[in-house]
Design a protein around this ligand. Structure first.
Ligand code: HPA
Length: 272
Protein backbone atom coordinates (compact mmCIF):
# COMPACT_ATOMS: atom_id res chain seq x y z
CA UNK A 1 0.00 0.00 0.00
CA UNK A 2 1.48 3.36 -0.93
CA UNK A 3 -0.18 5.35 1.85
CA UNK A 4 2.42 4.38 4.45
CA UNK A 5 1.79 5.87 7.85
CA UNK A 6 3.90 8.51 9.57
CA UNK A 7 5.23 5.82 11.91
CA UNK A 8 6.56 3.71 9.05
CA UNK A 9 8.28 6.77 7.57
CA UNK A 10 9.81 7.73 10.92
CA UNK A 11 11.05 4.17 11.57
CA UNK A 12 12.68 4.05 8.15
CA UNK A 13 14.40 7.38 8.75
CA UNK A 14 15.67 6.06 12.10
CA UNK A 15 17.06 2.94 10.42
CA UNK A 16 18.93 5.12 7.95
CA UNK A 17 20.23 7.36 10.75
CA UNK A 18 21.33 4.27 12.70
CA UNK A 19 23.81 3.44 9.91
CA UNK A 20 25.62 6.67 10.74
CA UNK A 21 25.12 7.94 7.20
CA UNK A 22 23.54 11.32 6.50
CA UNK A 23 22.57 11.27 2.81
CA UNK A 24 21.69 14.64 1.30
CA UNK A 25 21.31 13.41 -2.29
CA UNK A 26 19.14 10.45 -3.34
CA UNK A 27 19.68 8.79 -6.71
CA UNK A 28 16.89 6.68 -8.21
CA UNK A 29 18.29 4.24 -10.77
CA UNK A 30 16.18 3.37 -13.81
CA UNK A 31 16.76 0.71 -16.48
CA UNK A 32 20.34 0.72 -17.67
CA UNK A 33 21.65 2.94 -14.89
CA UNK A 34 22.12 0.10 -12.38
CA UNK A 35 25.95 -0.03 -12.61
CA UNK A 36 26.08 3.33 -10.79
CA UNK A 37 25.47 1.30 -7.63
CA UNK A 38 29.02 -0.07 -8.00
CA UNK A 39 30.44 3.46 -7.91
CA UNK A 40 29.16 4.17 -4.41
CA UNK A 41 32.12 4.30 -2.04
CA UNK A 42 32.07 2.69 1.40
CA UNK A 43 28.45 1.54 1.02
CA UNK A 44 26.11 0.35 3.73
CA UNK A 45 23.19 -1.57 2.26
CA UNK A 46 19.60 -1.76 3.43
CA UNK A 47 16.97 -3.89 1.73
CA UNK A 48 13.67 -2.25 0.81
CA UNK A 49 12.12 -5.08 2.82
CA UNK A 50 13.67 -3.64 6.00
CA UNK A 51 12.29 -0.15 5.39
CA UNK A 52 8.60 -0.20 6.28
CA UNK A 53 7.42 2.60 3.98
CA UNK A 54 9.39 1.34 0.97
CA UNK A 55 7.52 -0.60 -1.72
CA UNK A 56 7.58 -4.34 -2.15
CA UNK A 57 9.13 -5.12 -5.53
CA UNK A 58 8.06 -8.10 -7.56
CA UNK A 59 10.83 -8.13 -10.18
CA UNK A 60 13.00 -11.27 -10.38
CA UNK A 61 12.61 -11.85 -6.67
CA UNK A 62 14.83 -8.82 -5.87
CA UNK A 63 13.57 -6.70 -3.01
CA UNK A 64 15.32 -3.51 -4.06
CA UNK A 65 18.43 -2.11 -2.39
CA UNK A 66 19.16 1.20 -0.73
CA UNK A 67 22.89 1.95 -0.76
CA UNK A 68 24.19 4.56 1.65
CA UNK A 69 27.67 5.81 0.87
CA UNK A 70 29.63 8.50 -0.96
CA UNK A 71 29.99 9.74 -4.51
CA UNK A 72 32.65 12.42 -4.77
CA UNK A 73 32.30 14.69 -1.75
CA UNK A 74 28.62 13.86 -1.19
CA UNK A 75 26.80 11.45 1.06
CA UNK A 76 24.22 9.72 -1.14
CA UNK A 77 21.38 7.25 -0.91
CA UNK A 78 21.15 5.20 -4.10
CA UNK A 79 17.84 3.45 -4.79
CA UNK A 80 18.29 0.34 -6.92
CA UNK A 81 14.70 -0.61 -7.64
CA UNK A 82 11.57 1.34 -8.43
CA UNK A 83 7.92 0.34 -8.28
CA UNK A 84 6.15 1.62 -11.40
CA UNK A 85 2.62 3.00 -11.53
CA UNK A 86 1.79 0.48 -14.26
CA UNK A 87 2.29 -2.45 -11.89
CA UNK A 88 -0.83 -1.92 -9.79
CA UNK A 89 -2.16 1.37 -11.08
CA UNK A 90 -0.69 3.20 -8.11
CA UNK A 91 1.01 6.48 -9.03
CA UNK A 92 2.05 6.83 -5.38
CA UNK A 93 4.02 3.56 -5.30
CA UNK A 94 7.26 5.39 -4.34
CA UNK A 95 5.62 7.85 -1.94
CA UNK A 96 6.67 6.18 1.30
CA UNK A 97 10.24 5.69 0.04
CA UNK A 98 10.60 9.38 -0.82
CA UNK A 99 8.97 10.46 2.44
CA UNK A 100 11.45 8.27 4.32
CA UNK A 101 14.42 9.78 2.49
CA UNK A 102 13.14 13.33 3.05
CA UNK A 103 12.69 12.54 6.75
CA UNK A 104 16.29 11.25 6.80
CA UNK A 105 17.50 14.62 5.51
CA UNK A 106 17.68 14.15 1.75
CA UNK A 107 17.35 17.45 -0.11
CA UNK A 108 17.99 16.53 -3.75
CA UNK A 109 16.53 13.71 -5.87
CA UNK A 110 18.47 12.67 -8.96
CA UNK A 111 16.35 10.47 -11.20
CA UNK A 112 17.26 8.31 -14.17
CA UNK A 113 15.18 6.35 -16.67
CA UNK A 114 15.12 4.63 -20.03
CA UNK A 115 12.88 6.29 -22.61
CA UNK A 116 11.74 6.22 -26.19
CA UNK A 117 13.08 9.07 -28.31
CA UNK A 118 10.66 11.37 -30.14
CA UNK A 119 13.43 13.43 -31.65
CA UNK A 120 15.43 12.17 -34.62
CA UNK A 121 18.47 13.96 -33.18
CA UNK A 122 18.29 11.88 -30.00
CA UNK A 123 19.53 8.48 -31.12
CA UNK A 124 19.28 5.23 -29.14
CA UNK A 125 22.10 5.30 -26.62
CA UNK A 126 22.02 9.10 -26.26
CA UNK A 127 21.28 10.95 -23.03
CA UNK A 128 18.75 13.69 -22.36
CA UNK A 129 18.55 16.07 -19.44
CA UNK A 130 14.88 16.53 -18.58
CA UNK A 131 13.90 20.20 -18.60
CA UNK A 132 10.15 19.72 -18.04
CA UNK A 133 7.48 17.04 -18.29
CA UNK A 134 4.06 16.26 -19.70
CA UNK A 135 1.85 14.21 -17.40
CA UNK A 136 0.07 12.46 -20.26
CA UNK A 137 -1.11 9.69 -17.93
CA UNK A 138 -2.97 12.38 -15.95
CA UNK A 139 -2.48 10.47 -12.73
CA UNK A 140 -1.19 12.01 -9.54
CA UNK A 141 0.61 10.50 -6.57
CA UNK A 142 -1.00 13.23 -4.45
CA UNK A 143 -4.58 12.03 -4.79
CA UNK A 144 -5.61 11.45 -1.18
CA UNK A 145 -3.04 13.87 0.26
CA UNK A 146 -4.48 16.73 2.26
CA UNK A 147 -3.63 20.34 3.02
CA UNK A 148 -2.64 23.18 0.76
CA UNK A 149 0.84 21.71 0.13
CA UNK A 150 -0.71 19.23 -2.31
CA UNK A 151 -1.32 22.05 -4.81
CA UNK A 152 2.32 21.83 -5.83
CA UNK A 153 3.81 24.47 -8.11
CA UNK A 154 5.63 22.59 -10.89
CA UNK A 155 7.33 25.55 -12.51
CA UNK A 156 11.03 24.73 -12.55
CA UNK A 157 10.24 21.24 -11.24
CA UNK A 158 13.58 20.21 -12.79
CA UNK A 159 15.85 22.58 -10.91
CA UNK A 160 17.47 25.14 -13.25
CA UNK A 161 20.61 25.56 -11.13
CA UNK A 162 21.18 21.79 -10.88
CA UNK A 163 20.59 21.45 -14.62
CA UNK A 164 23.24 24.07 -15.24
CA UNK A 165 25.67 22.08 -13.09
CA UNK A 166 24.77 18.89 -14.99
CA UNK A 167 25.41 20.56 -18.35
CA UNK A 168 28.78 21.80 -17.09
CA UNK A 169 29.76 18.27 -15.95
CA UNK A 170 28.73 16.83 -19.34
CA UNK A 171 30.76 19.48 -21.16
CA UNK A 172 33.84 18.66 -19.02
CA UNK A 173 33.50 14.99 -19.99
CA UNK A 174 32.71 15.76 -23.63
CA UNK A 175 29.46 13.78 -23.35
CA UNK A 176 26.64 15.17 -25.52
CA UNK A 177 23.62 16.04 -23.36
CA UNK A 178 20.62 17.66 -24.96
CA UNK A 179 17.73 18.97 -22.90
CA UNK A 180 14.11 18.14 -23.54
CA UNK A 181 10.60 17.45 -22.34
CA UNK A 182 9.71 13.98 -21.02
CA UNK A 183 6.17 12.69 -21.53
CA UNK A 184 4.89 10.22 -18.93
CA UNK A 185 2.55 7.50 -20.17
CA UNK A 186 1.20 4.86 -17.81
CA UNK A 187 2.17 1.82 -19.90
CA UNK A 188 3.02 -1.00 -19.63
CA UNK A 189 2.17 -1.34 -23.34
CA UNK A 190 4.25 0.72 -25.76
CA UNK A 191 2.59 3.55 -27.69
CA UNK A 192 0.86 3.37 -31.04
CA UNK A 193 2.30 5.34 -33.98
CA UNK A 194 -0.64 7.76 -33.64
CA UNK A 195 0.17 8.31 -29.97
CA UNK A 196 3.80 8.97 -30.84
CA UNK A 197 2.72 11.57 -33.44
CA UNK A 198 0.52 13.15 -30.75
CA UNK A 199 3.42 13.34 -28.28
CA UNK A 200 5.69 14.89 -30.92
CA UNK A 201 2.98 17.47 -31.69
CA UNK A 202 2.67 18.21 -27.96
CA UNK A 203 6.33 19.11 -27.83
CA UNK A 204 7.89 16.12 -26.07
CA UNK A 205 11.35 14.81 -26.97
CA UNK A 206 11.15 11.57 -24.96
CA UNK A 207 8.46 9.21 -23.68
CA UNK A 208 8.54 6.79 -20.79
CA UNK A 209 6.64 5.06 -18.01
CA UNK A 210 8.25 6.50 -14.88
CA UNK A 211 9.87 9.53 -13.19
CA UNK A 212 6.97 12.01 -13.27
CA UNK A 213 5.17 10.64 -10.18
CA UNK A 214 8.44 10.79 -8.24
CA UNK A 215 9.12 14.34 -9.43
CA UNK A 216 5.69 15.43 -8.21
CA UNK A 217 6.25 13.68 -4.86
CA UNK A 218 9.72 15.16 -4.50
CA UNK A 219 8.49 18.71 -5.15
CA UNK A 220 5.64 18.15 -2.66
CA UNK A 221 8.30 17.14 -0.11
CA UNK A 222 10.42 20.17 -0.93
CA UNK A 223 13.25 18.24 -2.64
CA UNK A 224 15.04 19.68 -5.66
CA UNK A 225 14.97 17.39 -8.71
CA UNK A 226 17.41 16.59 -11.49
CA UNK A 227 16.50 13.90 -14.05
CA UNK A 228 18.06 12.10 -17.01
CA UNK A 229 16.67 9.91 -19.76
CA UNK A 230 18.64 7.33 -21.65
CA UNK A 231 17.10 6.87 -25.11
CA UNK A 232 16.82 3.16 -25.82
CA UNK A 233 14.73 3.25 -29.02
CA UNK A 234 12.95 5.60 -31.37
CA UNK A 235 9.23 6.03 -30.58
CA UNK A 236 6.94 3.51 -32.26
CA UNK A 237 6.53 4.21 -35.96
CA UNK A 238 9.31 6.80 -36.24
CA UNK A 239 11.59 4.11 -37.64
CA UNK A 240 11.24 0.54 -38.80
CA UNK A 241 12.35 -1.25 -35.63
CA UNK A 242 9.98 -3.40 -33.58
CA UNK A 243 9.85 -2.49 -29.89
CA UNK A 244 10.38 -4.96 -27.09
CA UNK A 245 11.29 -4.80 -23.43
CA UNK A 246 14.28 -7.06 -24.08
CA UNK A 247 15.61 -4.72 -26.78
CA UNK A 248 15.09 -1.71 -24.52
CA UNK A 249 17.06 -3.35 -21.71
CA UNK A 250 19.82 -4.48 -24.07
CA UNK A 251 20.33 -0.96 -25.47
CA UNK A 252 20.17 0.51 -21.98
CA UNK A 253 22.85 -1.90 -20.79
CA UNK A 254 25.25 -1.11 -23.59
CA UNK A 255 24.69 2.65 -23.24
CA UNK A 256 25.46 2.49 -19.52
CA UNK A 257 29.18 2.78 -20.36
CA UNK A 258 28.60 6.43 -21.19
CA UNK A 259 25.63 7.14 -18.95
CA UNK A 260 27.11 5.94 -15.67
CA UNK A 261 30.39 7.94 -15.76
CA UNK A 262 28.35 11.02 -16.66
CA UNK A 263 25.97 10.46 -13.77
CA UNK A 264 28.86 9.88 -11.38
CA UNK A 265 30.56 13.10 -12.54
CA UNK A 266 27.31 15.06 -12.34
CA UNK A 267 26.63 13.91 -8.78
CA UNK A 268 30.23 14.46 -7.66
CA UNK A 269 30.09 17.99 -9.12
CA UNK A 270 26.77 19.03 -7.62
CA UNK A 271 26.83 22.04 -5.34
CA UNK A 272 23.33 21.81 -3.94
N1 HPA B 1 7.83 4.14 -24.79
C1 HPA B 1 7.57 4.19 -23.46
N2 HPA B 1 8.48 3.88 -22.55
C2 HPA B 1 9.69 3.49 -22.97
C3 HPA B 1 10.02 3.41 -24.32
C4 HPA B 1 9.04 3.77 -25.29
O1 HPA B 1 9.25 3.72 -26.51
N3 HPA B 1 11.32 2.99 -24.40
C5 HPA B 1 11.75 2.84 -23.12
N4 HPA B 1 10.77 3.14 -22.25
Amino acid sequence: MSAAGDDAVARGAQLIAATGRRPRIAVLLGSGWGPLAERVRDPVELSYAELPAFPTLAIDGHAGRLLLGRIGPHEVAVLAGRKHAYEQGDAAAMKGALQTLAAAGVQVLVQTNAAGSLDRGLRPGALMLISDHLNVAQRSPLVGASGSARFVDLRDAYDPALREQARAAAARLGTPLQEGVYAWVLGPQFETPAEIRMLVALGAQAVGMSTVPETILARWLGLRVLAFSLATNMGCGLEDEALSHAHTLETARSAAQRAVPLLEAVIAGLAP
